[in-house]
Design a protein around this ligand. Structure first.
Ligand code: NAP
Length: 255
């Protein structure tokens, strides 16, 4: 699938040092005016910057609200506007069933949920002042319903889905658009840790194509890949008894 052209203006991608964020940032170089790329891995960001193509590195830790706010101000000073922000920073590691690992759960909340909140808190005043803006929140299909071994991840993604809906309702009046991206399984450093067979695994490049294509169609929710995303959508609305029976059967099949 080739990406359609979009006109995202000055773009800020957080979680851009690898995986989906990096593939997206590299793919929209040439469509965007400027691209600010953020994550903790400074070297990876500088490597992207060295490609030219309008990419500039702004390293940060998204769990640090002050660092995110400072980066937002620096990017605004440098480019004059932040038109589109893509929040792709994420943390996950598989846990054993019943392992309520506080450190890992806290990391999930701090990076996946509070990280997005830090970015949104820095962006909304800027976008209100601009009279426009577009915030793209990367959630996950795993946020639709409870899944095994995801106490440190799925609930944070469920929170992001709810947050995106809330923000859409609150921010439309300020001409700030919200898009929710819900990927299935994508082959990135995040999923390399998975010790199970991932159905319909796609590449980060394909994920970036899906996102760009959904942005071009101005969708609120961009979910992929099909048909996996539609099956998850159906399970989202399935009655509890049917849902738990089906997930139980899938797990048994896995042995
Ligand atoms: N891969 C999948 O199957 C899949 C499925 C559904 C949803 N998602 C979501 O897609 C998003 C991207 O994930 P990915 O699969 O592309 O994984 P990835 O390659 O591991 O990318 C995660 C990105 O988040 C950054 N990050 C992590 N902690 C951070 C922190 N404290 N501060 C700033 N940046 C931080 C990482 O950079 P540094 O380590 O350099 O900071 C990296 O750039 C995540 O939100 C993930 O939950 C992924």
């Amino acid at each position: 699938m080739a990406s359609p052209q979009i006109d995202p203006g000055n773009v800020w991608v957080i979680g851009a040092s690898s995986g989906i964020g990096r593939a997206f940032a590299e793919k929209i170089a040439g469509m965007a005016q400027n691209i600010a790329v953020s994550a903790r891995s400074k070297d990876a960001l500088l490597d992207m910057e060295s490609q030219g193509r309008g990419i500039t590195a702004f390293p940060l830790d998204i769990t640090d609200a002050n660092a995110v706010e400072t980066a937002a101000r620096d990017i605004l000073g440098r480019f004059g506007a932040i038109d589109t922000a893509v929040l792709s920073a994420g943390a996950w590691r598989p846990l054993e069933p019943g392992d309520i690992d506080l450190e890992s759960i806290r990391a999930g909340v701090e990076v996946n949920y509070m990280g997005a909140i830090h970015a949104i808190s820095a962006l909304v005043p800027i976008m209100k002042q601009q009279g426009k803006g577009h915030i793209v929140i990367v959630g996950s299909l795993s946020g639709y319903r409870g899944l095994p071994r995801t106490v440190n991840y799925g609930p944070t993604k469920a929170a992001l889905i709810n947050l995106a809906e809330t923000l859409k309702l609150d921010l439309e009046r300020f001409n700030i658009r919200i898009t929710l991206v819900n990927p299935g399984f994508v082959d990135t450093p995040l999923t390399k840790k998975n010790d199970f067979k991932m159905p319909q695994l796609i590449s980060a490049d394909q994920a970036a194509d899906y996102i760009i294509s959904g942005m071009a169609k101005e969708r609120f929710e961009i979910r992929f890949p099909q048909p996996f995303a539609s099956v998850m959508g159906m399970l989202r609305n399935a009655p509890n008894a049917l849902y738990f029976r089906m997930v139980g059967r899938m797990l048994k099949g896995r042995g």
